[in-house]
Design a protein around this ligand. Structure first.
Ligand code: 4H6
Length: 247
């Protein structure tokens, strides 16, 4: 996958993506991330990229010219069949990001991200260039750079080969529809805190049952809304009935 990030602050986005799994994926050639600084495309003498909002109001808005010209340069080498390239703009007004949208974006050959800063960007950029306006949650940040890093992380890990065999994401939260069961590792007794004995029993059927029961308990407790879409076995339904009776 080819990813282009159009931003005034490349280092904010690059930081978390330049280590560990995502860095490794870039070295393996599974993903290619290019950071393009919007400021380099400003045609004003002092490289201005923002201006006062028409109609007044606090803060500054990013002007359209640098973003349009930066975008034109960016799309030059990402092959686009006649459809528009998925172009994502992160803002509090966007569609709330989730695993389903991550899976949808992971199918694309290329993605372009435009990072808003200050109080946002000129609407003509959004109307002309943006295909997906996405929010990573209902809170306000100083810029769109961190949300872009979050989305790239969530999407990149779904690309085949990015996660090694050992990091199976089949069972991870939001993947199987339920929240994840608790994890334990050595030592068995840590300062008097022991691991649930079933996990060292070697009885894989019992271990699977225990894990599924814990997932249902935790999901019932913290995110009952997820239960509506989860695929539940008869055993699961019995567990939930018990939980409902005793909650
Ligand atoms: N939830 C999210 O995905 C999210 C995304 C961005 C973001 N901020 C950058 C931003 C980008 C676009 C428009 C406005 C703004 N803001 C600038 C600061 O003031 C408020 C509005 N904040 C939260």
């Amino acid at each position: 996958m080819r990813i282009k990030v159009l931003t005034l602050f490349p280092e904010i986005v690059k930081g978390p993506l330049d280590v560990s799994i995502i860095k490794n994926a870039q070295e393996k050639g599974l993903i290619d991330i290019e950071y393009i600084n919007i400021r380099d495309f400003s045609d004003s003498k002092h490289k201005k990229v923002d201006d006062y909002p028409y109609g007044g109001g606090a803060g500054m808005i990013m002007t359209p010219q640098p973003i349009f010209d930066c975008y034109q340069a960016a799309i030059k080498d990402v092959m686009a069949n006649n459809e528009d390239i998925r172009t994502i703009y992160c803002s509090p007004k966007g569609k709330v990001f989730n695993q389903e949208l991550a899976l949808n974006l992971a199918k694309e050959d290329s993605l372009i991200f435009i990072c808003g800063h200050y109080e946002g960007i000129d609407q003509r950029v959004i109307d002309s260039l943006v295909t997906d306006e996405i929010s990573i949650g209902d809170y306000v940040l100083t810029g769109g750079e961190l949300p872009v890093a979050v989305i790239i992380d969530a999407v990149a890990r779904l690309i085949p080969g990015v996660l090694g065999q050992e990091e199976s994401f089949q069972e991870e939260s939001f993947y199987s529809g339920l929240l994840e069961y608790p994890h334990y590792t050595r030592p068995y007794d840590f300062r008097g805190l022991e691991v649930p004995s079933v996990l060292s029993s070697g009885n894989h059927k019992e271990i699977e049952k225990w894990r599924r029961k814990k997932s249902l308990e935790i999901t019932f407790e913290r995110r009952p809304d997820l239960l509506e879409n989860a695929s539940l076995s008869d055993e699961d339904k019995k567990t939930l009935d018990f939980l409902k009776k005793h909650s």
